[in-house]
Design a protein around this ligand. Structure first.
Ligand code: G4P
Length: 525
């Protein structure tokens, strides 16, 4: 078990937020502390702003950037940190959900003026499903915003998790003077500066008169009141509660001004979990096991249209992944040897010989992999992934070039393997329906089919409310339902029955009329 050391120093996490809360800025500042980059502004945001939705080329360009910043590994003190980037645009939410299967913890960024926003709420639901430990960073304290106590209440109510502030701001906006670090009993005085770390004042405790000298008597008195209130209201912080996903420690700061970021990082490396055991259908897999195992959580297409190769991102769950070793691709039962696996260090990719649990390895993929695939040294393991969610937008896909039917079908299959969207075949008319979580995916699919597969398609509207997977122990009832709804029945790629409800009312009535049928809104049940 020689890799115990390597495992215990790894911290693999994702930063999630609603667009514009400051995820990119915070990521960049963390990389600055890790010495992975040297000037602010080096990390390009991979977010696709709302205005860009109609500009596909812009999205393409940004996706190109995001390959390089998909995983950012760097060393910080004794720790090896891996930040897994997640797309900001909500149309790519499924990508984000899947990335969350590969992290051991999460940092949530919230804008102090806006509080908890829709996307944060959804992402937190996924964290809750997986009991992922969460730290919250309340950002933009240099701007006018909401009362910090109100923000804490909102975090608890909206994210449905207990919170425990570990730092506390002294005023906000124009009067912002700094934060008191409850975790370390120190005071950080605010000086707006985009490049450097700000002054830290060591103090004995909250009653230390140094605080009065630093921020003035009135603000010092207010701070003492606030801290007394916090200590009275919130139980002491227990790392165990955080690790179990029960309590989220909260930090305040300003990512743009590199303020409060180092405190966050220092606490993070100390309390955040090293790689955790991963559940497979067969058994629980411990990172310290001798034999290698890992799973594919993301597939990224090559930006060069003449090269249809992709990169499969594999999270190493146990053992050590070694270059040129023979591994089993469990789904196909075939074995493969990978001669050019890549590691992700900050913004570069490099060939690597050994990869440890917690790290991500990039494998060149010529259509071998599908999201969720497992690779092992031989054991048949199937890691439990995150289910696909019931899509919310649907279109019939039609071939517009009959000479290219084969290419079109191959393209559709591979894009579905990558997890771009979901394919259903309507049993009534045998037409293919693509279901997505956002409008952008239809553009992505059409563009990529043309540029990577030479196939042309057109979309035809179909009015549907939701697709849900159905099952029942009573086969007669199931058959009766399928007969009654035959126009609205489809199968997914695994051949499972899917009911295409065209309105919320129809779905509700179906659930009422057929109580013996289970309607599932995620693909794993
Ligand atoms: P995102 O990845 O979560 O979408 O957010 P991003 O970091 O891109 O930040 C969104 C905007 O908020 C950026 O401004 C960024 O500079 C600003 N910002 C981030 N942290 C802070 C902070 O602590 N204080 C203040 N005042 N602003 C902050 P932008 O004008 O949209 O972009 P840019 O032109 O500055 O890049």
């Amino acid at each position: 078990m020689s890799n115990v050391n390597e495992i215990s120093k790894r911290r693999t996490f994702a930063i999630i937020s609603h667009p514009d809360a400051g995820k990119t800025t915070l990521t960049e500042k963390l990389l600055l502390f890790g010495g992975a980059i040297h000037v602010a502004g080096a990390v390009k945001s991979n977010k696709i702003k709302k205005t860009a939705t109609s500009d596909w080329m812009e999205i393409e360009k940004q996706r190109g950037i995001s390959v390089a910043t998909s995983v950012m590994g760097f060393n910080y003190g004794d720790y090896k940190i891996n930040i897994l980037d997640t797309p900001g645009h909500q149309d790519f939410a499924e990508d984000t959900y899947r990335t969350l299967t590969a992290v051991d913890s999460v940092i949530i960024v919230v804008d102090v003026a806006k509080g908890v926003e829709s996307q944060t709420r959804k992402l937190m639901e996924v964290c809750r499903m997986r009991n992922t430990p969460v730290i919250i960073f309340v950002n933009k304290l240099d701007r006018e915003g909401r009362d910090p106590f109100d923000i804490l209440d909102e975090l608890e109510n909206e994210l449905k998790i207990s919170v425990r502030p570990l730092s506390w701001p002294i005023n906000i906006g124009a009067k912002f003077k700094g934060v008191y670090n409850i975790y370390e009993h120190s005071l950080n005085l605010f000086q707006p500066d985009k490049q450097h770390v700000t002054d830290r004042v060591e103090i004995a405790d909250i009653n230390d008169p140094t605080i009065d000298d630093a921020v003035g008597e009135a603000d010092a008195a207010q701070l003492r009141n606030d801290i007394e209130l916090i200590d009275g209201v919130y139980p002491d912080f227990e790392v165990e509660d955080y690790l179990e996903g029960q309590v989220a420690p909260v930090f305040f700061g300003s990512a743009l001004n590199t303020f409060g970021v180092k405190e966050l990082l220092d606490c993070f490396v100390r309390i955040a979990p090293s790689p955790r055991p991963v559940e497979a259908e067969e058994r629980k897999v411990e990172p310290v096991e001798e034999k290698f195992s890992g799973f594919v959580f993301k597939i990224h297409a090559n930006m060069d249209p003449t090269h249809r190769s992709c990169i499969a991102f594999v999270k190493v769950c146990s053992g050590v992944f070694r270059r040129n070793e023979v591994y089993k691709h469990v789904r196909s039962g075939k074995t493969y040897r990978f001669s050019a696996p890549t590691a992700f260090m900050a913004q570069k990719k490099e060939i690597i010989d050994e990869v440890y649990p917690g790290d991500i390895v990039g494998l060149p993929d010529n259509g071998i992999f599908k999201i969720g695939d497992t690779i092992t040294e031989g054991e048949d393991l199937h890691f439990k992934g995150l289910p696909s969610f019931s899509p919310e937008m649907f279109k019939y896909i039609e071939n517009t070039d009959p000479m290219k039917t084969k290419q079109l079908n191959k393209g559709i299959e591979q894009l579905m393997d990558e997890g771009v969207a979901q394919l259903f075949v309507n049993q009534f008319n045998n037409r293919k329906i693509i279901g997505t979580v956002g409008q952008l995916q239809f553009e992505v699919i059409q563009y990529r089919l043309l540029h990577e597969y030479g196939a042309q398609c057109r979309w035809e509207p179909i009015h549907l409310y939701k697709a849900c997977w159905i099952e029942s122990e009573d086969t007669e009832v199931l058959e009766a339902f399928k007969k009654r709804k035959h126009q609205f029945m489809a199968v997914d790629r695994e051949g499972r029955d899917v009911f295409l409800a065209d309105s919320g009312y129809v779905l509700q009535m179906a659930q009422q009329d057929f109580p013996k049928i289970k309607f599932h809104f995620t693909s794993e049940f």
